[in-house]
Design a protein around this ligand. Structure first.
Ligand code: CTP
Ligand code: CA
Length: 225
């Protein structure tokens, strides 16, 4: 679509996006994190804003500039991201969960730096974090739900299973690991819904983000909401 037409695609729509990793503190100097750079989520926020949407971006710890016209909320842990997303989700038309949310956090955060004691190593007890996407899906006024599935194997099969288990409208699947997916500019995505599979060839994340936004806009029109 031409830029002029793109500007109307999501006019009047509220789009909520989660992006980046989460950091789960172990003690005052250490954390559990992951390799998400946030670039895909930020590119989606930019594309949604270009398409005329009112965009809220809940960002984990990343080193990225806020796209023009986007309202950004910075968070660190999965629980902070959960609170920020649920706080903004009530009125949104679409939630795009691009964040790589840590599944687990240390059961306790040590008040002081953990010290070595002999040669015995250390066991950390981990607790499961809340599932942000599942909790948005359970809201009375459920927005259109777009999930991401970053997988290292069986990408489309795992993604389709996730689409069904999480009752999503759309899932964007990508292969990660060995130089793919994280911390790179190019990516390839497969958009999977109940009735279709759309393979987007390798392209800059910005271009993939535009294509994803086109599909989201189409879905919203189909829903007639
Ligand atoms: N997600 C979320 N909150 C979580 C975990 C995941 O919102 N606590 C979202 C992610 O942002 C993504 C989707 O759920 O859009 C799928 O995440 P993924 O990690 O692939 O799936 P999980 O359900 O966590 O399953 P697993 O990691 O065990 O494969
Ligand atoms: Ca996970």
């Amino acid at each position: 679509l031409a830029a002029r037409q793109r500007g109307d695609l999501l006019a009047g729509r509220q789009v909520l996006i989660s992006a980046g990793p989460t950091f789960e503190d172990i003690d005052p100097v250490r954390f559990l994190g992951n390799r998400s750079s946030g670039r895909m989520g930020f590119a989606i926020a930019e594309a949604a804003a270009e398409a005329g949407a009112s965009v809220t971006l809940v960002a984990g710890p990343v080193n990225l500039a806020t796209p023009a016209g986007v309202q950004r909320i910075d968070v660190r842990s999965a629980r902070e991201m959960h609170a920020a997303v649920l706080g903004a989700a009530q009125n949104c038309d679409v939630f795009i969960a691009a964040a790589a949310v840590g599944d687990f956090r240390p059961a306790e955060v040590a008040l002081h730096k953990i010290k070595k004691r002999g040669d015995g190593g250390l066991s950390l007890e981990l607790t499961q974090n809340p599932d942000i996407l599942a909790d948005v899906a359970a809201l009375p006024r459920r927005p259109l739900l777009v999930g991401f599935a970053a997988e290292t194997e069986n990408v489309e099969a795992y993604a389709r299973a996730k689409l069904e288990r999480k009752r999503l409208d759309l899932i964007a699947a990508n292969q990660v690991g060995s130089g793919l997916g994280f911390e790179v500019d190019d990516n390839s995505l497969t958009l999977i819904s109940a009735d279709a599979t759309l393979r987007l060839p390798t392209a800059p994340k910005r271009e993939l983000a535009r294509q994803l936004i086109d599909v989201v806009a189409q879905r919203l029109r189909d829903r007639g909401t």
